[in-house]
Design a protein. Structure first.
Length: 254
């Protein structure tokens, strides 16, 4: 009986032994493919190396801070141009007026604010030409030139003083004072002409009274304008700024 069962099951066993098997290489390839699919599904959220390089090439633009945190730009400093000092020159017009310093008109005297470059001694001379008093005057001080003979100046400490002394013209700034007075005289003429035009225009428009007309005519004081002095650019500067300061100081321009 056992032998009979053996023969019956033998064909079935042979059939199982003859079933084709997949080669090992194909199995390994299948396993590798499946593992790659698993890895790719797991890493879908991670950037690939190629994508990372492309992102690195894109420049990063920093975000601008809010307006409240932005630092305001400093304004550029304004360059203020200062007026150029202008001293009177010995123009041909001036030299002709003083005959090249050989014949100075009497209208120049008395000339104030003449600086001396050497010490002098003032003397008070009596009726008999005797010396009644004397006083030294140091170099650098200012005197009043009252007359000239040749190149010798006759000077006094003040316009009303009776003390007198002599000094050579070249030892003073007498020439510069004359040039200053000459140039300022021309400026005064220009100012007066300008005021005359303004008064005529105001009269035509009916905006100027007789009292205001008289006041404006007396505003320009020749003596005050002709006084040299240092208003920032030196004793003899005649630039517009120094003229304005000189007039404002003397009260001649309002």
């Amino acid at each position: 009986m056992k032998i009979y069962k053996f023969f019956i099951s033998l064909p079935f066993l042979l059939f199982l032994s003859c079933e084709p098997q997949q080669p090992e290489s194909e199995v390994e390839e299948l396993n590798t493919t499946e593992s790659k699919d698993i890895i790719s599904e797991a890493d879908t959220d991670l950037p690939s190396p190629l994508l990372t390089k492309e992102i690195a090439k894109v420049p990063i633009v920093p975000s601008s801070p809010p307006e409240s945190q932005m630092i305001p730009e400093k304004p550029e400093p304004q360059i203020i141009e200062e007026p150029t000092p202008t001293e009177p020159s010995f123009s041909d017009e001036l030299l002709k007026a003083v005959s090249y310093w050989e014949n100075i008109p009497r209208s120049v005297f008395p000339l104030k604010n003449v600086s001396i470059e050497e010490e002098i001694i003032f003397k008070l001379i009596g009726k008999q030409n005797e010396v009644m008093a004397s006083t030294p005057f140091a170099a650098g001080k200012e005197v009043v030139a009252k007359a000239i003979r040749g190149t010798t100046l006759f000077v006094s400490p003040s316009e009303s003083s009776k003390l007198q002394a002599t000094i050579d013209m070249e030892k003073t700034d007498f020439k510069q004072c004359v040039a200053f007075r000459f140039e300022m005289g021309k400026k005064i003429i220009e100012l007066r002409e300008q005021q005359r035009k303004e008064r005529e225009l105001a009269k035509r428009e009916g905006t100027l009274s007789q009292s205001e007309t008289k006041e404006k005519m007396e505003n320009i004081n020749i003596e005050n304008m002709n006084i040299p002095g240092d208003f920032g650019h030196g004793k003899f500067c005649i630039c517009s700024e120094c003229r304005q300061k000189r007039l404002a100081l003397t009260g001649s321009m309002k």
